[in-house]
Design a protein around this ligand. Sequence first.
Ligand code: AMP
Length: 284
Amino acid sequence: MLVVSEIATLQRLLDDVRSRGSDVGFVPTMGALHAGHASLIKSSVRECDFTVVSNFVNPLQFGDGEDFSQYPRDLEGDNSLCEQAGADVVFVPEPEVMFPQLPDIIITPQKLASVLEGIFRPGHLEGVATVLAKLFSIAGRSRAYFGAKDWQQFLVVRQLCQELSMPVEPVACPTVREPDGLALSSRNRYLSDTQRAGAAVLHRSLMLGRQLIQQGETNPARISQAMAQEIKSEPQVKQLDYATAVDADTLNTPRRLSGEVRLMVAAIIGEARLIDNLGVAHSR
Ligand code: AMP
């Protein structure tokens, strides 16, 4: 497995791969890799001839007072996980290679960034869209693998590729979870043992929401209320940001739920802000 840190080197390498008729799979990450990231890499390795993983903690997507400087970094561990998962190249650019100065052009999703994470983390989805536009233009024609764990981010990526006609096909992969349902996340490292046990409440709230929908509940407010109550009943939860049932594609809250619904939750436990979600098809 090659480790590349220069943009032009990666571009030449991937152009060369494509000129030989091979297709490229791309897995963008911020490092501190875990089995969730490994599952994306393995999907790419299964479906594409050549897999590149990027490992870059993107300063643009962290707000003031967020955890950019403490964000876990473990390059050696990350490279060995990538190699074991079958990646061909890891792209690890220095911050000054990616952003020699703060970019003047920021990509701003309008509707998709006006709800949920867009409200609680102003500027976050803009930072994500901007770095991905850059990474996609470096990677070139490819399939790009994302976790459904960050559902709103995936919708932004899908729209970015469609509206800007990027030669990138985004693919959503299932969320990898701990046995008690907690979604794997680099930020789970911030949790003490007690907080870690309490964090399973997020998944329990999603299961509760799903159960209500499966029983025929169509009122989104009733589902949100039940999920919020479940989360607030856990003493380790410091703050509930949202617990809601929305349309899976627009993230809007309809008057009555039907079709593809996404249950979305975000809460702060200890020092970690955790998000999770679940797709449920409403039979109505
Ligand atoms: P991050 O390094 O947190 O920016 O995540 C990089 C990619 O890994 C994103 O597409 C995430 O959605 C995905 N990811 C993070 N956690 C998981 C998980 N538990 N299961 C599947 N994919 C994940």
